[in-house]
Design a protein around this ligand. Structure first.
Ligand code: HSE
Length: 443
């Protein structure tokens, strides 16, 4: 039997403790499968608590500084679970790679911002840089795209990439609850990031999408190219109206090679009820890839939480224990093409539009005329009766009116036309506040 693989664990939060749980419960099984033992020999964290989740920290060499641990001769692999795009996480990963040590990380922000340079460093020293846990928790999508689908050209990749958002949207729909109330619950369950605005603002999903885009299309990771909208403005009424129209709202990340650059976008999306992606609920994530030879593949599983994420971390460690080392981004870093962004205004798709329309004769016709003038074809319209009679300011000189919810679904149209029409509707005072739109994907 070969020598044990020695692990230095940096970060002992939810996922770090999950990794220790897994190694304790399944260590013997792993040893059999890898032909060698996997042993945590060193740990580093901000606070030096004696026990975490029932694990006795005195069993490991303690480092206050993760960089020092990464340089230490007594580890073979740095497992970075600190998080954050810069700071100690980046410094520790760089120190490990510079010393020729393997790295396993769950840090999507780090990869989204510095993935290409880190991949280059790893390739130079012959070390592994594995990051399955950075994208969609337990789902083995990085390995699938990097290795199993190596013979395919990808046309698109999309998915539900944030467990917290999916949990919130599902609970809002199932239990008719408020956004803020459900967010608190997701935080308590350990799904949300330290700063939950990363989750609900769409940035966590955007980090993951930027990584998937590189793996799918062989381009450099470029986080700045991702168009991002979060779920903060999705209302319970949107969820209800969408359902009535045959759709469910999901936060999707979508990357499509348009032939004129890659469209990378994260935003709330209406997906048809009954489609596979619409049925991925709660903390579950899903990633779907279309390969030219493989056809459509969708993987789903738990996208967040201690044990699902630990499963991916340990899968990456097992590869290293077996000596499986591949270019981190599937293509050697120097052979990745530069990222070319497709303009969001050139996006074409269907839209859900909701507004508080002035409740008087002629307003529906006026709005319909604006859409027709912009070349936008309407698929369905719903006007709800006023739940409560109220007065709201509209255009100048005509200060108060009663309004009623007005919802419509369009056929495929250009984003630039949609934005123009909505600006015109608002400017001409047909509705109170701003009309809102949510994009539709009809897979
Ligand atoms: N906060 C993330 C999520 C955890 O909710 O999906 C995994 O990245």
């Amino acid at each position: 039997m070969s020598k044990p693989l020695k692990i230095g664990l940096a970060g002992l939060g939810t996922v770090g403790t999950g990794v220790l749980d897994l190694l304790r419960e399944n260590g013997a099984l792993l040893e059999k499968r890898c032909g060698r033992a996997i042993e945590v020999t060193a740990v580093s964290a901000r606070s030096r608590k004696a026990r975490r989740g029932g694990h006795d920290m005195s069993a490991y060499a303690w480092f206050d500084d993760p960089v020092e641990m990464a340089r230490s001769g007594d580890i073979d692999v740095l497992v970075e679970l600190i998080g954050g795009e810069d700071g100690p996480a980046k410094a520790a990963v760089e120190a490990a790679l510079a010393a020729g040590r393997h790295v396993v990380t769950a840090n999507k922000a780090l990869l989204a911002h510095h993935g290409v340079e880190l991949a280059r460093m790893a390739e130079k020293s012959g070390a592994a840089l594995n990051f399955e846990a950075a994208v969609a928790g337990a789902i083995p999508i990085v390995k699938t795209m990097r290795e199993s689908l190596a013979g395919n050209r990808a046309a698109r990749v999309f998915g539900i990439l944030n467990g917290t958002c999916n949990y919130i949207l599902t609970k809002m729909e199932d239990e008719e609850r408020d956004f803020a109330d459900v967010l608190k619950e997701a935080q308590e369950l350990g799904y949300a990031e330290a700063d939950p605005s990363f989750d609900v603002g769409g940035f966590d999903a955007a980090h993951k999408l930027a990584i998937l885009t590189s793996l799918a299309f062989g381009v450099e990771i470029n986080f700045a190219d991702v168009y991002v909208e979060g779920i903060e403005n999705v209302t319970l009424n949107d969820i209800r109206y969408a359902r009535g129209l045959g759709y469910r709202i999901k936060l999707l990340g979508v990357a499509v090679d348009t032939g004129d650059g890659v469209e990378q976008r994260v935003h709330p999306t209406l997906v048809p009820l009954g489609s596979p992606i619409a049925e991925v609920n709660g903390v579950f994530n899903a990633v779907a890839v279309r390969g030219d030879f493989a056809g459509d593949i969708m993987l789903s599983g738990r996208g967040a939480g201690a044990h699902p994420t630990a499963s991916s971390v340990v899968g990456d460690i097992a590869d290293i224990a077996r000596g499986v080392i591949v270019p981190p981004l599937g293509v050697p870093a120097d052979r990745l093409a530069p990222s070319r962004r497709a303009r969001m205004r050139a996006h074409e798709g269907g839209y859900y539009v909701a507004m508080e329309l002035a409740d008087k004769p002629g307003e529906v016709a006026a709005v319909a005329r604006i859409f027709a003038g912009a070349g936008i074809s309407i698929e369905s319209i719903v006007q709800k009766g006023r739940a409560i009679s109220r007065v709201v300011p509209l255009r100048e000189g005509e200060m108060v009116r009663e309004t009623a919810p007005f919802i419509l679904i369009t056929h495929d149209t250009l984003e630039s036309a949609m934005r123009g029409a909505l600006e015109r509707i608002e400017r001409d005072g047909h509705c109170a506040g701003r009309p809102r739109m949510i994009r539709i994907e009809r897979f």
